[in-house]
Design a protein around this ligand. Structure first.
Ligand SMILES: Cc1cc2nc3c(=O)[nH]c(=O)nc-3n(C[C@H](O)[C@H](O)[C@H](O)COP(=O)(O)O)c2cc1C
Length: 209
């Protein structure tokens, strides 16, 4: 059964552009995959604890030797990783927050030696194999190539690099830049969203081939 993992992290809910686009992706994906399974992860409703010394010790303690406290410390990370393993495809809404924020906390909990990556003969090897990821990035500013802020686009190279490190090299980015115009009311929301909704539709249709 094809399985899609949807990850949201915008605190803006109804006003969020990234949530509107992940919603569109899911709607179209479900229409194309009747009987497919959806796993929905909302990072605003997940306790994303910071990585502490105890957490690191727990992560590097062999599974069978972990204390109940260590298992508890890793429980959220274990669940987040299990979702990534269970799904064939990911759609990840990325609100650009300080180049980015909550998504980074999630990544800190899913990048785990021996679970999602390993070093083999001194070389990193991603353990999430055969997956495909679409990132739907919403940002107040525009960071497309050729724009004044292009060199500030840390989000895309960062996500591309870290997901490749975890083994996910089949990635696509749809970037809804310039949402600040929505907040100021100078642009109509439906008109602003239209090209990105269409890009999402093409992405879902194309990736089902
Ligand atoms: C706390 C915070 C930090 C932000 N940081 C950035 C930023 O670094 N660069 C940027 O272009 N926009 C930034 N923005 C604007 C958001 O990227 C923009 O509102 C975007 O639409 C968020 O995605 P969403 O609509 O899914 O919530 C920030 C917004 C907030 C609330």
């Amino acid at each position: 059964m094809p399985t899609l993992l949807r990850v949201d992290s915008s605190p803006m809910f109804q006003a969020s552009v990234s949530r509107r686009l992940t919603e569109e992706f899911v709607r179209r994906w479900e229409a194309l995959h009747p009987g497919g399974k959806l796993i929905a992860r909302d990072l605003t409703r997940t306790e994303l604890a910071s990585v502490t010394a105890e957490w690191v010790r727990a992560a590097y303690t062999p599974e069978e030797s972990r204390s109940p406290e260590q298992r508890q410390l890793l429980a959220v990370s274990d669940s987040l990783i299990a979702e990534l393993e269970a799904a064939d495809e990911y759609v990840i809404g990325v609100p650009m927050h300080n180049f980015p924020s909550t998504v980074k906390l999630w990544i800190d909990l899913i990048a785990r030696a021996g679970k999602t990556f390993a070093y083999v003969d001194g070389q990193p090897k991603g353990l999430l194999q055969g997956k495909r990821a679409t990132f739907l990035v919403a940002s107040g500013g525009k960071y497309d190539p050729g724009t004044a802020l292009a060199s500030f686009n840390f989000v895309e190279p960062y996500l591309r690099t870290v997901f490749a490190f975890l083994g996910v090299t089949d990635t696509a980015f749809i970037k809804a830049g310039g949402t600040a115009a929505l907040r100021s009311g100078s642009v109509d929301r439906a008109a602003f969203l239209q090209p990105y909704v269409e890009a999402v539709a093409s992405q879902v249709a194309g990736s089902s081939n």
